[in-house]
Ligand binder design. Structure first.
Ligand SMILES: Nc1ncnc2c1ncn2[C@@H]1O[C@H](COP(=O)(O)OP(=O)(O)OP(=O)(O)O)[C@@H](O)[C@H]1O
Ligand SMILES: [Mg+2]
Length: 307
C-alpha cells in the first residue's frame, strides 16, 4: 500500500530525511517513533504530496506520489500536526467544505459528515463554531475531516498530542475502529508505549534515518536481547530466587523484599512457562509482568546509540 524507497529530503544543506526505506502492506498499522526533529513530519508531508522529495520515490498503492499527486490525494487521508484557524465556520460546514474539495455530492457529504462525527463523538457539536471547540475536539474533528473521502491510507501526525488521558484513550478506540475497517495507517508519536499496543509494527527514526523497523517485541529483543520481568511474591522469596537462578533463560535477578526484577531472554511462551513453573513449585506469585518502563528504555537506548 505504501512503498518508500531511498527517500532523501534536504533543506538547503541540512538533511532532514536520510535515505529512508519503508513498506506498509494493506491493513498494517505502523508506528513512527522518534524525538523532536527526527524527520517524521517531513516524511509524512512528502507522502501526503505537500512537500517535494530531494530524491527517492514514494508509491501509494502503486502510484508515484511525485508524478500523480492528485490521484494519490484521493487515496490518502492526512491529519497534520496543527489545526488551522477557521473563523465563522461551523463543524458541519467545515466537514461539508472538505467534502466538496474532494468532489463529493451534497447527499454524500451530508451522509459522511453524520457518520464521521458519530465516529469521533462530535455529533452534539455539529452546529458549534469550529473555533470554540477544545483542542482535543479539534483534533478529533481533524481526524474526521481526513476520512471524508474514505481513503485507504491514513497518515496521522501525532494525533494524540496535547490530549488529556481520557481523550487519548478515546483516540485509541477510534484508531481501533479504523483498524477493523482494514485501513492502512502510518501514525507518529514521541511516546513509544502509546503506539505499542495498537501497532502491528514500529519504526524508530532518528536524525532522518530509520534506525529500527519491525515488530515491537522483536525490536526490544534485538536491542537488549532480553525482557525485564517484574515478579512479586507473597512470601517464599528465597525459594523463588533459587528457582529462578536455575533457569537458563534467566540472566540476572535483582530486587528488594518480595519484588524481583528478572532479566529474561525467552519469548512469550517461555514467559508463560516460567510463571507456570513458579506456581507449580508452590510460590505464591502476586504479580508477573513485563516491566512497563522498559519500552522507554529501549527508545532511549536506540536513539542514543546513533552517530
Ligand atoms: N521548512 C524547513 N526548513 C528548514 N528546515 C526544516 C524545515 N522543516 C523542518 N526542518 C528541519 O528538519 C528536521 C526534521 O523536522 P520534522 O518536522 O520532520 O521533525 P519531526 O520528527 O516531525 O519532529 P517533531 O517530533 O518535533 O514533530 C528538523 O531539524 C527541522 O528543523
Ligand atoms: Mg513533527
Amino acid at each position: 500500500m505504501l512503498k518508500i524507497k531511498n527517500l532523501v529530503k534536504n533543506y538547503g544543506t541540512f538533511r532532514a530525511v536520510d535515505n529512508l526505506n519503508l513498506e506498509l502492506k494493506k491493513g498494517d498499522i505502523y508506528g513512527f517513533v522518534g524525538p523532536n526533529g527526527a524527520g517524521k513530519t517531513t516524511t509524512m508531508r512528502i507522502i501526503a504530496t505537500l512537500l517535494e522529495a530531494t530524491s527517492g520515490t514514494v508509491m501509494v498503492d502503486g502510484i508515484n506520489v511525485a508524478e500523480h499527486p492528485v490521484r494519490v490525494r484521493g487515496k490518502i487521508g492526512y491529519m497534520p500536526d496543527f489545526f488551522g484557524v477557521y473563523d465563522n465556520l461551523k463543524v458541519d460546514e467545515y466537514m461539508d467544505f472538505y467534502g466538496s474539495c474532494y468532489g463529493l455530492s451534497r447527499a454524500e457529504r451530508s451522509k459522511r459528515t453524520d457518520e464521521l462525527l458519530e465516529l469521533v463523538d462530535l455529533r452534539d457539536k455539529k452546529g458549534n463554531y469550529v473555533d470554540t471547540l477544545s483542542r482535543g475536539m479539534k483534533q478529533r474533528l481533524c481526524l474526521a475531516r481526513s476520512l471524508i473521502h474514505n481513503p485507504e491510507l491514513l497518515i496521522l501526525d501525532e494525533p494524540a498530542s496535547g490530549m488529556d488521558p481520557r481523550a487519548r484513550i478515546e483516540m485509541k478506540g477510534i484508531l481501533k475502529t479504523l483498524k477493523e475497517m482494514d485501513k492502512t495507517i502510518l501514525i507518529s508519536s514521541h511516546i513509544l508505549h502509546e503506539l505499542a499496543e495498537l501497532c502491528t509494527s514500529i519504526g524508530i527514526i532518528e536524525r532522518g534515518k530509520l534506525v529500527y523497523s519491525g515488530e515491537l517485541q522483536d525490536i526490544m529483543r534485538r536491542i537488549t536481547g532480553k525482557t525485564i520481568l517484574e515478579i512479586t511474591v507473597l512470601d517464599n522469596t528465597d525459594k523463588a530466587v533459587n528457582l529462578l537462578r536455575e533457569q537458563p533463560l534467566v540472566k540476572h535477578i535483582s530486587g528488594e523484599d518480595n519484588t524481583l526484577e528478572v532479566s529474561f531472554s525467552g519469548n512469550d511462551q517461555d514467559m508463560a512457562n516460567l510463571l507456570k513453573l513458579l506456581i507449580n513449585q508452590g510460590i505464591p506469585v502476586l504479580t508477573f509482568a513485563r516491566e512497563a518502563g522498559s519500552l522507554e528504555e529501549v527508545f532511549m537506548e536506540v536513539t542514543n546509540n546513533v552517530d
